[in-house]
Design a protein around this ligand. Sequence first.
Ligand SMILES: *Cc1c(COP(=O)(O)O)cnc(C)c1O
Length: 386
Amino acid sequence: MEEANVLERKGKFGPGGGKIYVTRTSMPPFEEYMEMIKPLWDSHFLTNMGTYHRRLEKELEAYLEVSKASLMVNGHTALELALQSFDFPKGGEVITTPYTFISTTHAIVRNGLTPVFCDIKDDFTLDEEKIEDLVTEKTVAILPVHVYGNICNVERIEEIAYKFGLKVIYDAAHAFGEKYQGHGVGRFGDLSVFSFHATKVYSTVEGGCVCCRNQNQYDVLYNLRNFGIRSEELVVSVGSNAKMNEFQAAMGLCNLKHIDGCMEERKEVMEAYYEYLEGCSGIRMNHYHSDVKPNYAYFPVLFDSREVRDGIYAMLREHDIFPRKYFYPITADAACFRNKYRGVSLEKARDFSNRILVLPLYDELAKEDVRYICRLILNKGHNTGK
Ligand SMILES: *Cc1c(COP(=O)(O)O)cnc(C)c1O
């Protein structure tokens, strides 16, 4: 029964059978948040670009090293409005990746634009060498995603965009706080969009922002998020309502104080995974490029086949561990999009999607729990003696 002992849970949320989900939202100390929201009971000013909203915008601009950041109610709306801000002709084509959260593709389609799917590379990001073949006279933009915090080939993508006169909007939902060659990643492209959803590294419960290069872009986005209202009697454009409220901004201000520590803790968890899984056959882990200062948001693993992946997924669930097949299926194969758009080979995206599993990773995940998860995986036909 020695094996049974090895597999016993000893971590923070076990023994005792606490469930381990793929992530667990980092929250500030309760008192800290209470202190922060107390003044709202005096001011009764709960939304409409209040004090906390403006303060968080400034703090995030500094933290992300971007010229301007426009806070939004959530990341998806931020993406939709980012696309809308360019006023592209209806039916314009946007070259994008199908290896992403469905939000990316929805944002394109909900703008009346047409996604044109491009395959990915070994690092899960858009294959920039395949972009040019997809450009037509209808192409208006490129929408790449920094998947799992792996930064796209931003230099090459900028070159291609310049050559064909295209806009570039990055979905940077996975890349909060990262730097590429020493620069905040929100600077790349014409616009970059972050999500502050509760499942992300940095959260405002729900929330997001669009990083802009200049005041003009910021003003257009301001109008889009606030009904086009500039003053009491002046409505300058047809806008939506996508403002971040003061409770969200207060959460954001609290969390921002702790974000660097959270990432440091995540790093240690990730290192534990590397320690237990490195060199094990049948397991391919993600490694950040040396140019990237990572945020340690996700721990994706590629298995040898879909059957193996699905087996491990089911086995872990039986042990109250809930990894995610993230991203499966690719968005081009979603029931609402399948066979709808121009076909190109999405061989790698589909192959990775069939074999991917994102393992639990969050700041408070105990090393013992990581060890337990890895042991379970390795005992399932991947035993290399570790
Ligand atoms: C989370 C996420 C979004 C959407 O952000 P929300 O804040 O949840 O609306 C978009 N794209 C990607 C890649 C994401 O991971």
